[in-house]
Design a protein around this ligand. Structure first.
Ligand SMILES: Cc1cc2nc3c(=O)[nH]c(=O)nc-3n(C[C@H](O)[C@H](O)[C@H](O)COP(=O)(O)O)c2cc1C
Length: 361
């Protein structure tokens, strides 16, 4: 590695970077050119679905908690006033629609207790399934059960997300020691299981492979978020936030790196049919959500689309979520799937990647 100068230090450690991430992620420049893979699949229309649209049931459960729909607000932010305001808006929507939600990495608040109040959302969302969050890179620095308990207690969370982001860390010049990480994950999972807190492993948007899923399941995670490529590219985010030209180039070089989300779902499911599976990365509609579930996910999550809608206010966010759920409901109706078990097991999803598609008029 070349020597780093002062401007080469990662921006992420600074709480001000939280607002910079928000601003950058509100622009389409952070999106992959690569697609998430859902476009390779089509549902086979059922002209006789043999059910009424109103009979379609979206309810499910995760970590022992009821969800009114299989949709999650993916972890994004916290730790500064603006991030808190957005998280409160997102949490109000989660409470209203009965969705799950995660907060962004709590590292800043675990290192500086004054940041903790800016992660709390329970006042407006007492009932939601809520995930705490910090990075697996911290395990090599000695973080473990104690930090995990503090993260969970800080926001009264039901579960913990441990995020894996080696490419993002390397591109930004951050924490790049992922050695012995599986053993440390095993220790963390054992400790948290004894305290009744499920640990879910997640990528941030480069995808979980079959090999990674196997290691994580053997280490004892309670669930996986395969967060794949095709939506927000975290290498592009880091390029756009970089303080030095060198870091900008590094982020740009890996801008298209990653496993498309549809492939990541199938990869995890090839290892385990039973592990609870959340799919994030490039879900942009209720139809994408329906395809993610038909491919094997239990719940689909969205980050950037939720952020953009939340930035427009409570009403815009509620309208967006309502549309996503209606699209999911209509897709299930039109394939004759009365509930999520039927959608997950459907034979009505076809790979159409070999078909010619007429260009849009
Ligand atoms: C503004 C913003 C901040 C994010 N911060 C985090 C984070 O702190 N921890 C994490 O696990 N993922 C974080 N993510 C990643 C998302 O949870 C998600 O995996 C990724 O953006 C892909 O989903 P999308 O295509 O729907 O945006 C963040 C995403 C956004 C848009």
């Amino acid at each position: 590695m070349a020597d780093l100068d002062a401007t080469d230090a990662p921006a992420t450690r600074d709480p001000a970077s939280k607002t910079q991430h928000i601003d950058v992620c509100l622009t389409p420049a952070v999106e992959y050119r690569k697609r998430p893979g859902f476009e390779r699949y089509d549902f086979v229309n059922q002209a006789l679905p043999e059910l009424a649209l109103d009979d379609v049931e979206l309810a499910t459960s995760l970590c022992g908690k009821e969800l009114r729909a299989p949709l999650m607000i993916a972890p994004m932010t916290g730790g500064v006033a603006r991030a808190h305001e957005l998280n409160l808006r997102l949490a109000r929507a989660a409470q209203h629609f009965g969705l799950a939600m995660g907060v962004g990495s709590q590292r800043v608040a675990l290192e500086d207790a004054e940041r903790a109040p800016f992660f709390r959302v329970r006042t407006v969302a007492p009932d939601i399934l809520l995930f705490a969050n910090f990075g697996a890179a911290q395990l090599a620095r000695g973080w473990g059960v104690e930090h995990a308990c503090r993260a969970v207690d800080m926001i009264e969370a039901d579960a913990l997300y441990l995020h894996f982001n080696p490419v993002q860390e390397a591109a930004q010049g951050g924490d790049v020691d992922f050695s012995d990480v599986a053993a440390r994950v095993r220790e963390l999972c054992t400790g948290m299981r004894a305290r009744g807190v499920p640990v879910f492993a997640r990528e941030v948007g480069f995808g979980i492979s079959a090999d990674a899923a196997r290691v994580l399941i053997e280490a004892g995670v309670s669930g996986i978020d395969c967060a794949g490529a095709g939506g927000t590219s975290w290498a592009k985010v880091e390029a756009l936030c970089a303080k030095s030209e060198r870091r900008r180039r590094m982020g740009a070089a890996f801008g298209e790196w990653g496993i498309p989300t549809a492939d990541a779902i199938r990869a995890v499911r090839s290892v385990s049919q039973r592990i609870p599976l959340i799919a994030t990365g490039g879900l942009r509609s209720g139809l994408d959500l329906a395809k993610a579930i038909a491919l094997g996910a239990d719940v689909g999550a969205m980050a950037r689309p939720m952020l953009v809608a939340a930035n427009g206010g409570d009403e815009q966010l509620a309208g967006f979520v309502a549309d996503v759920l209606d699209e999911l409901r209509i897709a299930m109706f039109a394939v004759g799937a009365a509930d999520l078990d039927a959608l997950r097991g459907t034979r009505q999803l076809r790979d159409v990647s070999h078909c010619d598609v007429l260009p849009a008029r």
